[in-house]
Design a protein around this ligand. Structure first.
Ligand code: 5RP
Length: 224
């Protein structure tokens, strides 16, 4: 199977996690695009969606799925999103598409985070994928120096502005052995809007597509 076929398979498997007659949280990226296309098949059985990026909102609307502003929604039973890397502890790096801030906000509201990935995203330790930081433009150099102090190598994402009008620094070589601790530490640096570690609020369920089929890993099966 190609990587796109694996993404499509996992996206379709995620449909059974969608709660009927409710609003579903939808992340962003190529795997989520397959999910949005699959969701269109059951659009008559959901109230609508909250999107974590403008691109996802446009794709949802293109399928005739109603898109709600998060401020108009008091509860989201489930949020479905991809990841750039995920561990068996369901800690993730996200933000490859630059939508990490809205993804973190929407996932914070959701009761359940269902992460959908092909098997290439499962890693023993996070950090081979450069960690994205969404940064306020005037803080770019300061944040860069703080990352260098921590052993990282920040690279400005060229010709890219987030949906919130900010920059992305992709940080290579970060030691991410304790993702929740590093997530909190980076949250403490002025000028970083959001860091791409999703560890304090990790996924509740990981759906992982491999040649042998789509496997499900639940947070409750994990000790730490
Ligand atoms: C976007 C994200 C995506 O979920 C992540 O980049 C995975 O994308 P893809 O499904 O295209 O591999 O975090 O900000």
């Amino acid at each position: 199977m190609t990587q796109d076929e694996l993404k499509k398979a996992v996206a379709e498997a995620a449909l059974k996690h969608v709660v009927e007659d409710a609003i579903v949280g939808v992340g962003s990226g190529s795997t989520v695009n397959f999910f949005i296309d699959a969701l269109a098949k059951m659009k008559g059985r959901i109230e609508g969606a909250v999107a974590a990026s403008e691109a996802s909102a446009q794709r949802l609307k293109g399928h005739g799925i109603r898109v709600f502003d998060l401020n108009a929604v008091s509860a989201l039973p489930v949020y479905i999103d991809g990841a750039d890397e995920v561990t068996e502890h369901l800690h993730m790096i996200k933000g490859g598409g630059g939508a990490l801030t809205r993804e973190k906000i929407v996932s914070a509201v959701a009761e359940r985070f269902v992460c959908i990935c092909d098997a290439s995203k499962l890693v023993p330790v996070l950090g081979k994928f450069p960690l994205p930081l969404e940064v306020i433009p005037m803080a770019r150099s300061y944040v860069g120096r703080e990352i260098v102090k921590r052993g990282g190598r920040p690279v400005l994402r060229e010709n890219f502005t987030t949906d919130n009008g900010n920059l992305i620094l992709d940080c290579h070589g970060m030691a991410l052995l304790d993702p929740p601790r590093m997530e909190s530490e980076l949250d403490g640096i002025a000028g970083i809007v959001t860091n791409g570690l999703f560890a304090r609020r990790r996924a509740d369920v990981l759906l992982l597509a491999a040649e042998s089929g789509v496997k499900t890993l639940e947070k409750k099966q994990i000790l730490a």
